[in-house]
Ligand binder design. Structure first.
Ligand SMILES: Nc1ncnc2c1ncn2[C@@H]1O[C@H](COP(=O)(O)OP(=O)(O)OP(=O)(O)O)[C@@H](O)[C@H]1O
Ligand SMILES: [Mg+2]
Length: 438
C-alpha cells in the first residue's frame, strides 16, 4: 500500500470514526433535549394540575393530592406540607413505597428545623404529624441528578409571613430544574393558603353579620313584647286612678302595688339587656377584690329568703368551714346567686326547700344552688344558658330567658365555669366555680 493510500485510509478511518462519534453525540443531545422538553412539558402540566387540585375545594388545601402531584415528575421518597400555628409545626406527610416510619419521622424532625430557620424562630414545637395512607407515585428520572438530597421551600402568607414549608427528600439528589419546579409549586400552595385565609375571613364576617342581625331582631322582639307588657300595666293603673279618684284606699294600694311590680319588671329587663350588651361588647367591668364566699352566700340567702317565703319555700345555706376567700366582684357574684335562687323560686315545688352550698374543690371555690322542683327536660339541658331560652313551660309571667346567660357571662368573666345537673321531676342543681384569691 502506498504511503498516500495508507494515509487516506487512516484519515478516512479517523474521519469516519469522528463522524460516528459526532453523530452519536448529536443523537444523545437530541434525545436529551427531547427528554428535557418532555420533562418541561410534563412539569408545566403538573403545575396546571396542582392549580386545579388547590382550587377545587374552596376553604381547604388538599395536602396529600398536592404532594402526589409533585411526585409525578420529581422522584421523591418523602413529601411534606408543614404548617406553623400557635408556635407548633403541624405536618401532613406522604411517602414512597418502601419508606418506613423511622425515615418519615426523621424527615419530619428535619422539616421542623428547616421551617424554624425559614421563619426566623429558635425552634417550633412538635405539633401533629399526619402520615397519609397514600403512596407517592414512581416518577421517571430523565436528565442528570443534582446535588441536593432535600428541599425545604417556604410557604409565605400574603407575601410577608412564613407560615410553613413544602419539604421533600428526593429518591436521587435534586437538581436545579427540580428545585425551580418545587419552588413554583410552593408559590401555588402559598396562593391557595392566601385564598383559604381570605375565605375564612369572609365566612367569619358573614357569621358575625348574621349574629348581629339575629341579636337585633331578638332585642326588638323583647323590647316590643316583654317591655311593653309592664309599661302597659303601669299606664292602665294610672288611667284607672285618674278616672276613679274616689276609689277606696284598699283598691288604690292594690293598684299602686301592681304598678310598682310592673315597673320593677321593666327596670330589671332594661338592666339585663344592658348587661347582655356589655357582655357582647366585652365591656363587663369587674371590680375584683378578695371576698369571703361564705359572706356572699349568706347575704344572697338573706336577701332572697322573704321572696322564697312568699311561696312557702324554705332556704338553707351550707358553707364549708374555713373556705378561703375568692377573687371576685361582690355585686356581680350576688347577681349570679340571686338569678339562680330566683329561678329556684320560680320552678320549685310548693313547700319545698331551696339550698345554697359553698365548698372548696380542686383548688377553686364551688357553689351549688339546688331546688326540689320540676327539673329540666334532657333536651333543654344544653340550651338553658342560651340567651332568650325558656323551657317548655313557655314564657313565664316575668322573665325573658336572660338570667342564666348573664350568670354564665359573669362567671366566665371571673375565669370560672357554670353548669347544671337535673333529674326531671326531682329538681335541678346549678353549680359554678370561682378562682380562689392568690
Ligand atoms: N331551677 C330551675 N328549674 C327548672 N328549670 C329552670 C331552672 N332554672 C332555669 N330553668 C329553665 O331555664 C330557662 C332559662 O332560665 P333563665 O334564668 O335564663 O330565664 P328566665 O328565668 O326564664 O327569665 P329571666 O331570668 O330573664 O327573668 C328557664 O326559662 C327555665 O326553662
Ligand atoms: Mg331566670
Amino acid at each position: 500500500m502506498t504511503e498516500q493510500k495508507r494515509r487516506q485510509l487512516e484519515l478516512g478511518f479517523s474521519a469516519q470514526g469522528s463522524v460516528r462519534t459526532a453523530q452519536r453525540a448529536a443523537h444523545r443531545e437530541a434525545r436529551e433535549s427531547a427528554d428535557h422538553l418532555d420533562l418541561g412539558y410534563a412539569r408545566l402540566r403538573q403545575l396546571y394540575e396542582l392549580g386545579k387540585i388547590l382550587g377545587a375545594a374552596e376553604g381547604t388545601v388538599s395536602g396529600p393530592d398536592a404532594l402526589c402531584c409533585l411526585g409525578q415528575t420529581v422522584p421523591l421518597r418523602v413529601a411534606m406540607l408543614v404548617e406553623t400555628t400557635g408556635g407548633a409545626a403541624h405536618i401532613v406527610a406522604v411517602r414512597a413505597a418502601g419508606v418506613d416510619d423511622g425515615e418519615v419521622e426523621a424527615a419530619a424532625a428535619h422539616a421542623r428545623t428547616c421551617v424554624a430557620r425559614l421563619a426566623g424562630v429558635a425552634s417550633l414545637e412538635q405539633g401533629r404529624l399526619r402520615v397519609e395512607d397514600v403512596t407517592l407515585p414512581v416518577a421517571p428520572r430523565p436528565g442528570a441528578a443534582g446535588r441536593s438530597p432535600f428541599a425545604a421551600v417556604p410557604l409565605v402568607l400574603e407575601r410577608r409571613t412564613v407560615r410553613g414549608a413544602l419539604y421533600v427528600r428526593g429518591a436521587k439528589a435534586l437538581g436545579e430544574a427540580d428545585l425551580a419546579f418545587l419552588s413554583a409549586a410552593a408559590d401555588q400552595i402559598s396562593l391557595a393558603w392566601d385564598r383559604h385565609a381570605a375565605w375564612q375571613r369572609e365566612v367569619q364576617l358573614r357569621e358575625r353579620a348574621e349574629a348581629l342581625d339575629k341579636a337585633q331582631k331578638e332585642l326588638v322582639a323583647v323590647v316590643s313584647h316583654d317591655l311593653r307588657n309592664p309599661l302597659g300595666a303601669v299606664l292602665l293603673g294610672i288611667s284607672t286612678l285618674r278616672r276613679w279618684p274616689q276609689l277606696d284606699a284598699g283598691k288604690v294600694r292594690e293598684s299602686l302595688e301592681s304598678m310598682q311590680r310592673a315597673a320593677e319588671r321593666a327596670s330589671k329587663l332594661v338592666h339585663d339587656l344592658l348587661d347582655v350588651a356589655r357582655l357582647d361588647a366585652g365591656r363587663l367591668q369587674l371590680d375584683l377584690a378578695h371576698e369571703e364566699m361564705a359572706a356572699m352566700v349568706r347575704e344572697a340567702a338573706e336577701l332572697m329568703r322573704p321572696l322564697l317565703a312568699d311561696r312557702g319555700l324554705a332556704c338553707e345555706a351550707q358553707i364549708e368551714e374555713g373556705l378561703p376567700p375568692v377573687l371576685a366582684d361582690r355585686e356581680r357574684v350576688l347577681q349570679v346567686l340571686s338569678n339562680l335562687i330566683g329561678n329556684a323560686r320560680k320552678f320549685a315545688r310548693d313547700g319545698s326547700t331551696v339550698s345554697v352550698a359553698a365548698w372548696q374543690q380542686e383548688g377553686e371555690a364551688r357553689c351549688c344552688v339546688s331546688d326540689e322542683g320540676a327539673g329540666i327536660a334532657p333536651q333543654d339541658l344544653p340550651h338553658v344558658f342560651d340567651r332568650y331560652f325558656q323551657g317548655e313551660h313557655g314564657p313565664t309571667a316575668h322573665g325573658a330567658g336572660l338570667g342564666l346567660a348573664i350568670a354564665r357571662g359573669i362567671v366566665e368573666a371571673h375565669g370560672g365555669r357554670i353548669w347544671v345537673e337535673s333529674d326531671q321531676g326531682r329538681g335541678s342543681r346549678f353549680f359554678f366555680t370561682l378562682p380562689l384569691a392568690p
